[in-house]
Structure formats: structure tokens, C-alpha cells
Design a protein around this ligand. Structure first.
Ligand code: ATP
Ligand code: MG
Length: 230
């Protein structure tokens, strides 16, 4: 399947249990996300936020209900869903190859100049410049030579390079200092104002930049409103 923007996501009465357990992680969750919306998803640890992210992206399939992108079940997109929705997971995955290749996974045709540009936007340019091998520095599989915050920023750079219309961030600022975090939030909410951003977070910092905040509890949408109302 392929669809044209503006992109609009509908989560319709979605229920989900992991196969090996009986407990419903999400039950009859309904949520509609408009094109360009900046949505924050809050909820306690274990409330199902990351599970919801995986469902939206099609990495997990609902036990019941459906999720659509412009009216089409996301299941029908197969791998091409990644052209529409970019995800940064809680523990971003880096590959055992150069920094350049790790970022360019977003878009193979990108020039080195474009890669430097996204690195600058996520605040990694100076760090990479200081490495003896620069962009060609190898990343080991666990990404061990980079801190948690640097790994997150590399994943962010990858998504920025890919230029997808919908970006799903699962706690992308964990492990960042407040100044770097603020800079990243500014990148995401000012530069990318036309994109849909779904931001899963534990804390309230930066929430005033969002159009809407929802709380998930016991697998259901507990509360929703604009940051001002909360
Ligand atoms: P956190 O804020 O800690 O990241 P979360 O809201 O993202 O939490 P999820 O990771 O979606 O929560 O997990 C929701 C529930 O599903 C939890 O009870 C968790 O133990 C369970 N769960 C998550 N992944 C799996 C899995 N692969 N198999 C079985 N149960 C799982
Ligand atoms: Mg999570």
C-alpha cells in the first residue's frame, strides 16, 4: 500500500495481550492522531506505552481492533510502513558498522554533508569531529563506546535524515542532560512543525510544547487534554 499526506492515524478499540501471558496490556483503546499533531503519551512504568508504540508501527499486531493510516490497516503496508512512521525505541539499536552507515540507514543516498547536518542538529557533530576516524568510526554492536544519550541522538539523527512524516519517540531523552534535552526538543518541535510527533515520556518537562497529552493506565486512555488544561 501507499498513501499520500496529510497522514492521520486511527487506533480503533485496540486490545493486546502478549502471546505468552493472559493479561491484557491494552484493552479497547481508541485514539485518533491528526496530521502534524504533537502528542505526548504519559503513563506509569508497565502501563503499555512501548507496546502501543510497537502496535502503531506494526511491529506487533493487535489481538483485537485495528490501527489505520489514512483509513488503511497498517498491517497492509508491510515493511513500507517504515516510509511513513519512524520510531526511536527506548534502547535504540546501533549496527556494527561506521557511524556514517548507522546514520545513513535512514536514507542510503544521503551525502556526508547531509549526515553532518543531522549530527549537528542532534548535538553530536563536535563529538564525532573529535574522533580520530570521524564519521568512519566503527560502532560496536552494543554501541558500547557511546553513552546512552549519544546512542539516542544517533537514532534521532537517523530519523531526521530519513524524513518520515510521523515520528514516534519512546523516551528519547532518557539519559540526556537538561540542556541537551532542551536542544533536542527544540529541534523536534520547532524545525519539524509539519510532522506528526508522538512522544512517550515519563516526565512533564517539555510538555508545554505539545498540542495534547494523554495518560494511559490499566491499558486504557485515562485522561486527555491540552497541556494548559492539565
Ligand atoms: P516503561 O515506562 O517502563 O517503559 P511501558 O509503559 O512502556 O513501561 P510496556 O513495555 O508496554 O510498558 O509493557 C506493558 C506490560 O507488558 C508490562 O506489564 C510488561 O511486563 C509487559 N510486556 C512488555 N513486553 C513484553 C513481552 N515481550 N512479553 C510479555 N510481556 C511483556
Ligand atoms: Mg516503555
Amino acid at each position: 500500500e501507499s498513501v499520500e499526506g496529510p497522514f492521520h492515524i486511527e487506533i480503533q478499540e485496540v486490545t493486546f495481550s502478549y502471546p505468552e501471558t493472559k493479561k491484557e496490556v491494552l484493552s479497547y483503546l481508541t485514539l485518533s492522531i491528526q496530521a502534524g499533531e504533537k502528542l505526548a503519551i504519559l503513563g506509569r512504568s508497565g502501563s503499555g506505552k512501548s507496546t502501543l508504540a510497537s502496535l502503531i508501527r506494526g511491529d506487533l499486531l493487535p489481538t483485537d481492533g485495528q490501527i489505520t493510516l489514512n483509513g488503511i490497516d497498517t498491517v497492509r503496508f508491510g515493511d513500507s510502513i517504515t516510509d511513513y512512521i519512524g520510531v526511536i525505541h527506548q534502547n535504540p539499536y546501533l549496527f556494527h558498522t561506521s557511524i556514517l552507515n548507522n546514520i545513513r540507514i535512514g536514507r542510503q543516498s544521503a551525502t556526508e554533508e547531509e549526515v553532518w547536518d543531522v549530527l549537528a542538529r542532534v548535538g553530536l557533530k563536535e563529538m564525532v569531529e573529535a574522533l580520530p576516524d570521524g564519521l568512519l568510526t566503527m560502532v560496536d554492536e552494543a554501541g558500547l563506546r557511546f553513552s546512552g544519550g549519544e546512542r539516542h541522538r544517533m537514532a534521532l539523527a537517523r530519523i531526521l535524515l530519513k524524513d518520515v512524516p510521523i515520528i514516534l519517540l519512546d523516551e528519547p531523552t532518557v539519559g540526556l542532560d537538561p540542556i541537551t534535552e532542551q536542544a533536542l526538543l527544540d529541534t523536534f518541535f520547532n524545525e519539524l512543525h509539519e510532522k506528526t510527533i508522538i512522544w512517550i515520556t515519563h516526565h512533564l518537562q517539555g510538555i508545554s510544547l505539545m498540542d495534547r497529552v494523554i495518560f494511559i493506565e490499566d491499558g486504557q486512555l485515562e485522561m486527555s487534554g491540552s497541556p494548559k488544561e492539565l
